[in-house]
Design a protein around this ligand. Structure first.
Ligand code: SF4
Length: 351
Protein backbone atom coordinates (compact mmCIF):
# COMPACT_ATOMS: atom_id res chain seq x y z
CA UNK A 1 0.00 0.00 0.00
CA UNK A 2 1.41 3.38 -0.94
CA UNK A 3 1.96 6.04 1.68
CA UNK A 4 -0.49 8.37 -0.12
CA UNK A 5 -3.22 5.77 0.10
CA UNK A 6 -2.42 5.07 3.72
CA UNK A 7 -2.59 8.70 4.74
CA UNK A 8 -5.81 9.24 2.81
CA UNK A 9 -7.55 6.29 4.40
CA UNK A 10 -6.17 6.65 7.92
CA UNK A 11 -8.83 7.99 10.32
CA UNK A 12 -6.24 10.47 11.50
CA UNK A 13 -6.48 12.13 8.07
CA UNK A 14 -9.12 14.26 9.78
CA UNK A 15 -6.33 15.95 11.73
CA UNK A 16 -6.70 19.23 9.95
CA UNK A 17 -10.41 19.57 10.72
CA UNK A 18 -11.09 22.03 13.52
CA UNK A 19 -12.74 20.26 16.42
CA UNK A 20 -12.29 16.91 14.65
CA UNK A 21 -12.95 13.99 16.94
CA UNK A 22 -10.38 11.91 15.14
CA UNK A 23 -7.39 14.01 15.93
CA UNK A 24 -4.35 12.06 17.09
CA UNK A 25 -4.01 14.58 19.88
CA UNK A 26 -7.10 12.98 21.42
CA UNK A 27 -5.43 9.66 21.90
CA UNK A 28 -5.15 9.82 25.65
CA UNK A 29 -6.62 11.50 28.68
CA UNK A 30 -5.11 14.90 29.19
CA UNK A 31 -3.91 14.98 25.58
CA UNK A 32 -7.09 16.44 24.14
CA UNK A 33 -7.03 19.75 22.36
CA UNK A 34 -9.97 21.85 21.33
CA UNK A 35 -11.06 25.42 21.37
CA UNK A 36 -13.75 26.27 23.84
CA UNK A 37 -17.26 27.29 22.96
CA UNK A 38 -18.33 30.32 24.95
CA UNK A 39 -22.08 30.68 24.46
CA UNK A 40 -25.21 29.10 23.02
CA UNK A 41 -24.87 31.37 19.99
CA UNK A 42 -21.25 30.41 19.53
CA UNK A 43 -22.23 26.72 19.67
CA UNK A 44 -25.00 27.17 17.09
CA UNK A 45 -22.59 28.92 14.72
CA UNK A 46 -19.87 26.36 15.24
CA UNK A 47 -21.99 23.24 14.93
CA UNK A 48 -24.34 23.95 12.00
CA UNK A 49 -27.31 25.15 14.03
CA UNK A 50 -27.12 22.69 16.93
CA UNK A 51 -25.87 23.36 20.47
CA UNK A 52 -23.74 20.21 20.42
CA UNK A 53 -21.25 18.54 18.08
CA UNK A 54 -23.62 16.24 16.20
CA UNK A 55 -22.67 13.32 13.99
CA UNK A 56 -24.08 15.20 10.99
CA UNK A 57 -21.80 18.14 11.65
CA UNK A 58 -18.82 15.86 12.19
CA UNK A 59 -19.44 13.95 8.95
CA UNK A 60 -19.65 17.20 7.01
CA UNK A 61 -16.41 18.35 8.64
CA UNK A 62 -14.59 15.17 7.68
CA UNK A 63 -16.23 13.92 4.49
CA UNK A 64 -17.68 17.22 3.22
CA UNK A 65 -21.02 15.59 2.44
CA UNK A 66 -23.97 14.03 4.19
CA UNK A 67 -23.31 10.36 4.74
CA UNK A 68 -25.92 7.87 5.89
CA UNK A 69 -25.35 4.76 7.92
CA UNK A 70 -26.47 1.44 6.52
CA UNK A 71 -27.07 -1.26 9.13
CA UNK A 72 -25.22 -4.44 8.18
CA UNK A 73 -25.59 -7.83 9.78
CA UNK A 74 -22.20 -9.57 9.84
CA UNK A 75 -23.72 -12.84 11.03
CA UNK A 76 -22.09 -12.74 14.49
CA UNK A 77 -23.56 -13.74 17.83
CA UNK A 78 -22.81 -12.51 21.35
CA UNK A 79 -21.03 -14.17 24.31
CA UNK A 80 -23.87 -12.93 26.50
CA UNK A 81 -26.33 -14.95 24.42
CA UNK A 82 -24.51 -18.01 23.11
CA UNK A 83 -23.92 -19.48 26.56
CA UNK A 84 -20.33 -18.30 27.06
CA UNK A 85 -21.39 -15.67 29.60
CA UNK A 86 -25.12 -16.27 29.54
CA UNK A 87 -28.00 -17.13 27.28
CA UNK A 88 -30.51 -14.34 27.88
CA UNK A 89 -28.31 -11.36 27.12
CA UNK A 90 -28.43 -7.90 28.68
CA UNK A 91 -31.91 -7.47 30.13
CA UNK A 92 -32.89 -4.72 27.69
CA UNK A 93 -31.60 -6.48 24.56
CA UNK A 94 -34.20 -7.67 22.08
CA UNK A 95 -33.90 -10.85 20.06
CA UNK A 96 -32.28 -8.93 17.21
CA UNK A 97 -29.25 -8.26 19.43
CA UNK A 98 -29.86 -4.49 19.48
CA UNK A 99 -29.83 -4.55 15.71
CA UNK A 100 -33.52 -4.71 14.95
CA UNK A 101 -33.14 -2.43 11.97
CA UNK A 102 -30.33 -4.44 10.45
CA UNK A 103 -30.78 -5.98 7.04
CA UNK A 104 -31.57 -9.69 6.83
CA UNK A 105 -29.10 -12.23 8.18
CA UNK A 106 -27.46 -14.41 5.57
CA UNK A 107 -27.45 -11.84 2.74
CA UNK A 108 -24.13 -10.96 1.14
CA UNK A 109 -22.53 -7.64 2.02
CA UNK A 110 -23.26 -6.26 -1.46
CA UNK A 111 -26.92 -7.27 -1.19
CA UNK A 112 -27.22 -5.68 2.22
CA UNK A 113 -25.79 -2.43 0.89
CA UNK A 114 -28.28 -2.56 -2.00
CA UNK A 115 -31.21 -3.28 0.34
CA UNK A 116 -30.09 -0.59 2.78
CA UNK A 117 -29.95 1.97 -0.02
CA UNK A 118 -33.50 1.10 -1.04
CA UNK A 119 -34.67 1.93 2.50
CA UNK A 120 -33.17 5.40 2.11
CA UNK A 121 -35.14 6.01 -1.08
CA UNK A 122 -36.21 9.61 -1.39
CA UNK A 123 -33.37 10.92 0.77
CA UNK A 124 -30.53 12.87 -0.74
CA UNK A 125 -27.90 10.33 0.18
CA UNK A 126 -24.80 11.12 -1.85
CA UNK A 127 -22.61 8.27 -3.06
CA UNK A 128 -21.01 6.87 0.06
CA UNK A 129 -22.20 5.22 3.24
CA UNK A 130 -21.05 4.13 6.66
CA UNK A 131 -21.33 0.36 6.96
CA UNK A 132 -22.65 -0.07 10.49
CA UNK A 133 -22.19 -3.57 11.89
CA UNK A 134 -24.80 -3.19 14.56
CA UNK A 135 -26.45 -6.45 15.56
CA UNK A 136 -24.87 -8.53 18.33
CA UNK A 137 -21.08 -8.46 18.96
CA UNK A 138 -19.16 -7.80 15.79
CA UNK A 139 -15.64 -8.71 16.90
CA UNK A 140 -16.75 -11.96 18.52
CA UNK A 141 -15.15 -14.42 16.08
CA UNK A 142 -11.73 -15.81 15.19
CA UNK A 143 -9.48 -13.46 13.23
CA UNK A 144 -9.79 -15.30 9.88
CA UNK A 145 -13.57 -14.82 10.05
CA UNK A 146 -13.18 -11.13 10.92
CA UNK A 147 -10.89 -10.70 7.92
CA UNK A 148 -13.41 -12.45 5.70
CA UNK A 149 -16.18 -10.10 6.80
CA UNK A 150 -14.40 -6.76 7.08
CA UNK A 151 -11.83 -6.64 4.29
CA UNK A 152 -14.42 -6.85 1.48
CA UNK A 153 -16.54 -4.28 3.35
CA UNK A 154 -13.61 -1.87 3.63
CA UNK A 155 -12.80 -2.28 -0.06
CA UNK A 156 -16.36 -1.66 -1.22
CA UNK A 157 -16.31 1.54 -3.32
CA UNK A 158 -19.45 2.97 -1.69
CA UNK A 159 -18.21 2.48 1.87
CA UNK A 160 -16.75 5.65 3.37
CA UNK A 161 -16.16 4.22 6.84
CA UNK A 162 -16.91 1.16 8.93
CA UNK A 163 -18.55 1.34 12.31
CA UNK A 164 -18.35 -1.81 14.42
CA UNK A 165 -20.57 -2.36 17.43
CA UNK A 166 -19.04 -4.69 19.99
CA UNK A 167 -18.34 -5.47 23.65
CA UNK A 168 -15.13 -4.41 25.43
CA UNK A 169 -14.47 -8.02 26.46
CA UNK A 170 -14.26 -8.87 22.75
CA UNK A 171 -11.36 -6.49 22.10
CA UNK A 172 -7.93 -8.13 22.47
CA UNK A 173 -4.54 -6.73 21.38
CA UNK A 174 -4.72 -9.05 18.32
CA UNK A 175 -8.12 -7.69 17.39
CA UNK A 176 -6.78 -4.18 17.96
CA UNK A 177 -3.95 -4.92 15.49
CA UNK A 178 -6.46 -6.24 12.97
CA UNK A 179 -8.64 -3.13 13.32
CA UNK A 180 -5.60 -0.94 12.84
CA UNK A 181 -4.73 -2.82 9.66
CA UNK A 182 -8.31 -2.41 8.47
CA UNK A 183 -8.18 1.32 9.20
CA UNK A 184 -5.43 1.71 6.60
CA UNK A 185 -8.08 0.93 3.98
CA UNK A 186 -11.02 2.94 5.38
CA UNK A 187 -11.70 4.74 8.65
CA UNK A 188 -12.87 2.29 11.33
CA UNK A 189 -14.84 3.24 14.42
CA UNK A 190 -15.59 0.97 17.34
CA UNK A 191 -18.86 1.35 19.22
CA UNK A 192 -18.71 -0.03 22.77
CA UNK A 193 -21.88 -0.74 24.74
CA UNK A 194 -20.97 0.50 28.20
CA UNK A 195 -24.40 1.85 29.26
CA UNK A 196 -23.25 2.85 32.77
CA UNK A 197 -20.10 3.05 34.89
CA UNK A 198 -21.89 1.77 38.00
CA UNK A 199 -21.08 -1.84 38.83
CA UNK A 200 -24.31 -2.55 40.71
CA UNK A 201 -26.36 -1.37 37.72
CA UNK A 202 -24.11 -3.34 35.36
CA UNK A 203 -24.84 -6.47 37.37
CA UNK A 204 -28.56 -5.68 37.42
CA UNK A 205 -28.72 -5.30 33.64
CA UNK A 206 -26.51 -8.40 33.23
CA UNK A 207 -23.90 -6.60 31.15
CA UNK A 208 -21.37 -9.28 31.99
CA UNK A 209 -18.12 -7.33 32.47
CA UNK A 210 -16.72 -4.81 34.97
CA UNK A 211 -15.59 -1.26 34.18
CA UNK A 212 -11.93 -2.34 34.28
CA UNK A 213 -12.53 -4.41 31.11
CA UNK A 214 -13.89 -1.33 29.35
CA UNK A 215 -10.76 0.58 30.36
CA UNK A 216 -8.49 -2.18 29.04
CA UNK A 217 -10.30 -2.17 25.68
CA UNK A 218 -10.06 1.60 25.52
CA UNK A 219 -6.30 1.32 26.13
CA UNK A 220 -5.90 -1.20 23.29
CA UNK A 221 -7.92 0.92 20.86
CA UNK A 222 -6.51 4.32 21.76
CA UNK A 223 -2.93 3.01 21.45
CA UNK A 224 -3.82 2.12 17.88
CA UNK A 225 -5.69 5.36 17.15
CA UNK A 226 -9.01 3.60 16.62
CA UNK A 227 -11.81 6.05 17.43
CA UNK A 228 -14.24 4.84 20.08
CA UNK A 229 -17.91 5.72 20.43
CA UNK A 230 -19.50 4.77 23.75
CA UNK A 231 -23.16 3.80 24.14
CA UNK A 232 -24.85 4.91 27.34
CA UNK A 233 -28.41 4.48 28.57
CA UNK A 234 -30.34 7.08 30.54
CA UNK A 235 -33.12 5.79 32.78
CA UNK A 236 -31.76 2.40 33.85
CA UNK A 237 -33.72 1.09 36.86
CA UNK A 238 -32.11 2.04 40.17
CA UNK A 239 -29.98 4.90 38.81
CA UNK A 240 -30.35 8.44 40.11
CA UNK A 241 -29.82 11.55 37.95
CA UNK A 242 -26.45 11.97 39.72
CA UNK A 243 -25.46 8.40 38.77
CA UNK A 244 -26.24 9.11 35.12
CA UNK A 245 -24.38 12.41 35.14
CA UNK A 246 -21.36 10.76 36.75
CA UNK A 247 -21.20 8.29 33.84
CA UNK A 248 -20.98 11.27 31.47
CA UNK A 249 -18.37 12.99 33.68
CA UNK A 250 -16.28 9.83 33.72
CA UNK A 251 -16.47 9.50 29.92
CA UNK A 252 -15.45 13.16 29.55
CA UNK A 253 -12.10 12.16 31.07
CA UNK A 254 -11.51 9.13 28.84
CA UNK A 255 -9.84 8.84 25.40
CA UNK A 256 -13.11 8.49 23.50
CA UNK A 257 -14.20 10.32 20.37
CA UNK A 258 -17.98 9.88 20.39
CA UNK A 259 -20.92 9.11 22.63
CA UNK A 260 -24.33 7.65 21.89
CA UNK A 261 -26.72 8.43 24.72
CA UNK A 262 -30.00 6.57 24.56
CA UNK A 263 -33.23 6.57 26.47
CA UNK A 264 -34.05 3.24 28.11
CA UNK A 265 -36.65 1.49 25.99
CA UNK A 266 -38.70 -1.40 27.28
CA UNK A 267 -39.09 -3.75 24.32
CA UNK A 268 -41.28 -6.80 23.96
CA UNK A 269 -39.75 -10.22 24.60
CA UNK A 270 -36.97 -8.90 26.82
CA UNK A 271 -36.31 -9.65 30.48
CA UNK A 272 -36.67 -5.94 31.11
CA UNK A 273 -40.26 -6.14 29.85
CA UNK A 274 -40.93 -9.02 32.23
CA UNK A 275 -39.45 -7.07 35.12
CA UNK A 276 -41.48 -4.01 34.15
CA UNK A 277 -44.66 -6.04 34.15
CA UNK A 278 -44.00 -7.68 37.53
CA UNK A 279 -42.51 -4.70 39.34
CA UNK A 280 -43.13 -1.56 37.30
CA UNK A 281 -40.22 0.85 37.72
CA UNK A 282 -40.09 4.52 36.87
CA UNK A 283 -39.86 5.27 33.17
CA UNK A 284 -38.46 8.70 32.30
CA UNK A 285 -40.87 11.31 31.03
CA UNK A 286 -39.82 13.39 28.03
CA UNK A 287 -39.12 16.32 30.38
CA UNK A 288 -36.96 14.19 32.70
CA UNK A 289 -35.06 12.60 29.83
CA UNK A 290 -34.38 15.99 28.25
CA UNK A 291 -33.13 17.42 31.54
CA UNK A 292 -30.79 14.47 32.10
CA UNK A 293 -29.54 14.43 28.53
CA UNK A 294 -28.71 18.13 28.63
CA UNK A 295 -26.96 17.74 31.99
CA UNK A 296 -24.81 14.97 30.49
CA UNK A 297 -24.01 16.88 27.30
CA UNK A 298 -23.04 19.97 29.30
CA UNK A 299 -20.23 18.09 31.06
CA UNK A 300 -18.74 16.63 27.86
CA UNK A 301 -15.86 18.39 26.13
CA UNK A 302 -16.74 20.07 22.81
CA UNK A 303 -14.64 17.66 20.74
CA UNK A 304 -16.67 14.55 21.59
CA UNK A 305 -19.15 13.80 18.81
CA UNK A 306 -22.74 13.23 19.94
CA UNK A 307 -23.90 10.41 17.68
CA UNK A 308 -27.53 10.67 18.70
CA UNK A 309 -29.64 12.37 21.32
CA UNK A 310 -32.33 9.75 21.46
CA UNK A 311 -32.67 6.21 20.21
CA UNK A 312 -35.78 5.09 18.40
CA UNK A 313 -36.38 1.44 19.16
CA UNK A 314 -38.58 -0.49 16.72
CA UNK A 315 -42.15 0.77 17.19
CA UNK A 316 -43.58 -2.70 16.75
CA UNK A 317 -41.69 -3.86 19.89
CA UNK A 318 -41.91 -0.72 22.00
CA UNK A 319 -43.76 -1.06 25.31
CA UNK A 320 -42.51 2.09 27.07
CA UNK A 321 -42.07 5.00 26.96
CA UNK A 322 -44.53 5.48 24.12
CA UNK A 323 -43.64 9.16 23.77
CA UNK A 324 -40.28 8.11 22.35
CA UNK A 325 -42.02 6.91 19.19
CA UNK A 326 -42.64 10.54 18.17
CA UNK A 327 -39.08 11.18 17.15
CA UNK A 328 -39.54 14.53 15.44
CA UNK A 329 -41.48 15.96 18.36
CA UNK A 330 -38.87 14.65 20.81
CA UNK A 331 -35.97 16.16 18.83
CA UNK A 332 -37.76 19.52 18.61
CA UNK A 333 -38.50 19.49 22.33
CA UNK A 334 -34.86 18.73 23.21
CA UNK A 335 -33.53 21.44 20.90
CA UNK A 336 -36.06 23.97 22.22
CA UNK A 337 -35.01 23.18 25.80
CA UNK A 338 -31.33 23.76 24.95
CA UNK A 339 -32.37 27.12 23.52
CA UNK A 340 -34.62 28.10 26.45
CA UNK A 341 -31.76 27.31 28.82
CA UNK A 342 -29.17 28.95 26.54
CA UNK A 343 -26.86 26.04 27.19
CA UNK A 344 -24.52 23.91 25.05
CA UNK A 345 -22.10 20.97 24.98
CA UNK A 346 -19.16 21.65 27.24
CA UNK A 347 -20.76 24.50 29.20
CA UNK A 348 -19.84 22.71 32.43
CA UNK A 349 -16.55 21.23 31.15
CA UNK A 350 -13.96 21.14 32.61
CA UNK A 351 -15.84 20.42 35.79
S1 SF4 B 1 -23.87 -7.26 24.53
FE1 SF4 B 1 -25.22 -6.35 22.98
S2 SF4 B 1 -25.94 -8.05 21.71
FE2 SF4 B 1 -25.05 -8.92 23.58
S3 SF4 B 1 -26.80 -9.21 24.93
FE3 SF4 B 1 -25.90 -7.20 25.44
S4 SF4 B 1 -26.98 -5.71 24.17
FE4 SF4 B 1 -27.43 -7.76 23.35
Amino acid sequence: MTETHRVKADPASALSVPGSALSKTHSGPGAMEFSTVSSYKDAINRWNGKPYYSLDCYLKDVFHEKIYKLAIDGGFTCPNRDGTLGTRGCIFCSEGGSGDFAARRGQSFDDQIREGKKLLKGKNTGNRYIAYFQAYTNTYAPLPRLRQVYFPAARHPEVAAISIGTRPDCISPEIGDFLQELSYIKPVWIELGLQTIHEDTARRIRRGYPLSVFEEALGILSERNIPVIVHTILGLPGESPEDMESTARYLASQPIQGIKPQLLHVLQNTDLAELYEKQPFHILTLEEYTDLLIRCIEVLPPNIVIHRITGDGPKSLLIAPTWSGHKKYVMNYIHKTFKDRQTWQGRRFPQ
